[in-house]
Design a protein around this ligand. Structure first.
Ligand SMILES: C[S@@+](CC[C@H](N)C(=O)[O-])C[C@H]1O[C@@H](n2cnc3c(N)ncnc32)[C@H](O)[C@@H]1O
Length: 277
């Protein structure tokens, strides 16, 4: 496990994931019933943007720093959460902290992280919070183990580091297994968009598994033709809340101008309808 999220926190792809994740958490907490959020690859929860790792890549400068300075009204909710957390711009919240900020009393958050140091950091951070459980375990395996939840409503964030060549296959198999255990769960998967070919195979795999109700959300800041570079990212939603497609489009179109380089685009595609199979 070489990947450390500290090098990428607050970068463009991280911000896009979090903008959508916050939007989803908000949409799912509109109903009064309790919600269970499972973050399968949680990271360490909070990131110091002045750390050596963050300075080495400077990813936050072209990510969260630009979004904060453009200050698009459509992103006010997410930006407000980031500002409230950041202590004057120094810290950036990970998905655990964003979920924690949005969840209500009675909701529950489970965080899986395989790297022992990051899992220990999460344990320390949430040691006094009884509604947040930290697991130092494989996040894919946890989808099987922790679903269905007693709350009967769940958002599952799958945000792996994409270090392994079979990461897309693992995700497709996990969503498939997860929805068989818990058919109403909302699955949100982040993926890198370097080149379109692996994403096409991923989509084909999901469809071959006859997974219905899939929305695919993509943003690029460069034409995705160089497999060695992160040219954009995608978020795949299974069982997303009603109307979320247009909310996602509004959010991403608001973020796109801050991130654009040579070629920027936002694409929202319904890959499979609710009753597709
Ligand atoms: C992209 S980062 C997560 C970032 C976090 N979700 C956020 O948005 O703030 C991916 C994390 O997954 C961890 N990881 C890698 N393989 C894992 C596995 N099989 N199960 C759980 N965590 C894993 C890595 O150590 C890394 O911290």
């Amino acid at each position: 496990m070489n990947y450390r999220h500290a090098f990428h926190a607050g970068g463009r792809a991280d911000c896009i994931k979090h903008v959508v994740f916050v939007g989803l958490c908000r949409a799912l907490t509109r109903k009064r019933k309790p919600l269970f959020v499972l973050d399968t690859h949680a990271g360490r929860g909070a990131y110091d943007l002045e750390s050596e790792a963050a300075r080495r890549t400077s990813e936050a400068e072209t990510g969260i720093a630009r979004l904060l300075s453009e200050n698009a009204i459509e992103l006010a909710d997410y930006l407000g959460l980031v500002r409230a957390f950041s202590c004057g711009g120094r810290w950036y919240p990970g998905s655990p902290e964003l979920a924690r900020a949005v969840l209500r009393e009675g909701d529950r958050l489970a965080l899986c992280e395989l790297h022992p140091e990051d899992a220990a950091a999460l344990r320390q951070r949430y040691r006094h919070e009884s509604c947040i459980q930290v697991h130092c375990r494989d996040g894919y395996e946890a989808v099987h183990a922790l679903l269905p939840p007693p709350e009967r409503r769940a958002l599952i964030l799958i945000d792996p580091p994409f270090e392994q060549p079979d990461e897309f296959e693992k995700i497709a198999a996990t969503v498939d297994r997860g929805r068989q255990r818990f058919p109403t769960g909302v699955f949100c998967v982040w993926y890198p968009l370097k080149h379109r070919a692996p994403v096409r195979l991923f989509h084909a795999d999901l469809l071959a598994r006859r997974i219905p109700d899939i929305l695919d959300i993509q943003i690029t800041w460069r034409e995705p033709v160089d497999p060695a570079r992160l040219n954009g990212c995608g978020i795949l939603l299974h069982n997303g809340p009603f109307g979320f497609s247009s909310s996602a489009e509004t959010l991403l179109r608001a973020a796109a101008p801050a991130f654009s380089e040579t070629d920027s685009s936002v694409t929202i595609t319904r890959l499979a309808d609710e009753l597709a199979f």
